[in-house]
Design a binder for this molecule. Structure first.
Ligand SMILES: [Mg+2]
Length: 229
């Protein structure tokens, strides 16, 4: 299927690791912040504390609560996890930048008449900070932030109803196979998986050749006319 098709009237974008490199910038920064607290708690260097987090994520996946895992492993009181999440929520996001082709591609998708939505999961305050830092506040027809890990389906349904769209008129773009891509498929939308970041890397071995979604490596791939995407 060409993604640049007349049948597509709206595109729902994910934010992190879809429109910018979250894994390589903010996630890494937050791991370094957490390493300061972990190193004190388990008496190791910050580099070892960073390595421990990366190894746990490699083994348990990007959705695992690695701070609880560390607390359990090292018998640390529970408020350790709270201290880490409070610290991470103060993470500075200034300096975060979109992938080089993101803004121009979004402008072009708008120009050719698509309605554009942003649906992102995470701490509201943090996601709002990112959206502002990335200059995306006024780019979309609607931005929805959900702090419910299973909340995207409800958001997608709201968009379909409010904007009077059929699922087959909607393209859902994201990096998480187990989240927005499966939800979009379930609702009957077209889907495009962004091959980027820690979620994609963890689950990519499960992707079969005849996977029922299109792959992209950059947002401008959505503007290509050919069938070989
Ligand atoms: Mg994402």
């Amino acid at each position: 299927m060409s993604l640049n098709s007349d049948r597509i009237k709206a595109i729902i974008f994910d934010l992190d690791d879809t429109l910018y490199d979250c894994s390589g910038t903010l996630v890494l920064k937050s791991r370094k912040l957490a390493a300061k607290i972990i190193s004190k708690a388990i008496k190791c260097s910050e580099i070892e504390a960073l390595k421990l987090q990366l190894e746990l994520e490699d083994r348990l996946g990007p959705k695992a609560d690695i701070f609880h895992e560390i607390a359990n492993q090292y018998n640390i009181p529970e408020d350790f996890c709270e201290e880490i999440s409070n610290t991470i929520n103060t993470l500075e996001v200034e300096g975060a930048t979109l992938f080089p082709d993101t803004m121009a591609s979004i402008d072009e998708l708008k120009r050719i008449g698509h309605k554009l939505f942003l649906v992102t999961f995470g701490n509201r305050e943090m996601q709002e900070k990112k959206i502002k830092a990335l200059g995306l506040e006024r780019v979309f027809d609607k931005i929805i932030i959900t702090d419910n890990p299973l909340g995207k389906e409800k958001c997608f349904r709201e968009i379909l109803t409010k904007y009077d769209l059929e699922p087959e008129q909607v393209l859902c773009v994201g990096d998480k196979i187990k989240d927005e891509i499966e939800v979009g498929k379930k609702l009957g939308m077209h889907t495009a998986l962004m091959k980027h970041g820690r979620h994609y890397n963890f689950y990519k071995s499960e992707i079969t050749e005849n996977a029922p979604y299109t792959f992209i490596t950059k947002i401008s791939d959505l503007l290509r006319d050919d069938e070989n995407q």
